[in-house]
Write a protein that binds this ligand. Structure first.
Ligand code: NAP
Length: 252
């Protein structure tokens, strides 16, 4: 039986971990890329007879990992796969503060992990699979923050706005080639992970929207990582995936 092959970044915790679990439960073959492995995922893979690889990599410098991914995909037998999908999920929040108080190191790290690595891995993926005849997908996990302005969020928001627009451009490129990949930069909703804790733990004096994030949690508006993952994977499975290169899980 042809397998569905997925490459997923940021699988060690938060929504990425839940996406990894759900993909393995479906029997898919999965390659996870994060700074940390999770032994629990090996157990889930074994239980569901799924093939799992976990690469430890720091995506603040993704050039070697992108090259490794290109070589790894080249070694695969394309005919064994029913589809191949890259999910760029890893990201980080810098110190939440006005840009004038942000350090050069924090700006560089956030952009490199959240956007530079995403473009490098996408380039390697599209290059290595260009002759594959199965459906090819790139799902970039974006954020509503890339689409609306919020004080003290300029660095993270720039990452996600950049993600949205590079996705639009590459979607146009892929329309011009045979079996071009479908791409989507998808806002996943608000999910109860370390990122939300980081926002709530920020000094309100540095973050004018602080109270809104406290209320999201208090009023039960946060999705569990499992529910967030399920919504993202349901969007990926839609017939019209990629028709809108920039979308939101809440889109009808
Ligand atoms: N949570 C929300 O409400 C929310 C809302 C909108 C969008 N999003 C987006 O959803 C995605 C998942 O967010 P989350 O809330 O699940 O985040 P999270 O709990 O903070 O997890 C982030 C993941 O990214 C990985 N990561 C961070 N820095 C890395 C690095 N230098 N190299 C490699 N991997 C790195 C982490 O793995 P390691 O630490 O093991 O490296 C971890 O697996 C992100 O793209 C985020 O922007 C989240």
């Amino acid at each position: 039986m042809p397998q569905h092959l997925f490459i997923l970044t940021g699988a060690s915790r938060g929504m990425g971990y839940a996406i990894a679990e759900q993909l393995l439960q479906s029997g898919a073959e999965l390659l996870c890329i994060s700074r940390n492995d999770r032994d629990e995922l090996d157990a889930v893979a074994a239980q569901h007879n799924a093939t799992l690889s976990q690469w430890r990599a720091d995506l603040c410098d993704a050039s070697a990992t992108a090259e490794r991914l290109r070589a790894w995909l080249h070694e695969k037998t394309a005919a064994h796969y029913a589809s191949v999908t890259l999910i760029n999920n890893a990201a980080l929040l810098p110190k939440i503060a006005p840009l004038r108080e942000s350090s050069a190191a924090d700006i560089a790290l956030t952009l490199r992990v959240g956007l530079e690595s995403v473009m490098m891995l996408t380039a390697a993926f599209l290059n290595a699979t260009q002759s594959w005849t199965c459906p090819r997908n790139v799902l970039n996990i974006s954020s509503g923050n890339g689409r609306r302005a919020m004080a003290s969020q300029s660095i993270y928001s720039a990452v996600k706005a950049g993600m949205d627009h590079y996705t639009r451009c590459v979607a146009e490129e892929e329309k011009l080639v045979t079996n071009g990949a479908k791409l989507c930069s998808l806002a996943p909703g608000i999910i109860d992970t370390d990122m939300q804790t980081h926002l709530r733990d920020t000094d309100p004096a540095k973050f004018p929207s602080h109270q809104a994030f406290v209320e999201y949690k208090r009023d039960g508006h946060l999705l569990t990582p499992e529910a967030g993952a399920a919504r993202v994977l349901a969007y990926l499975a839609r017939e019209d995936f990629g028709v809108n290169p920039v979308a939101d899980v809440r889109d009808a």
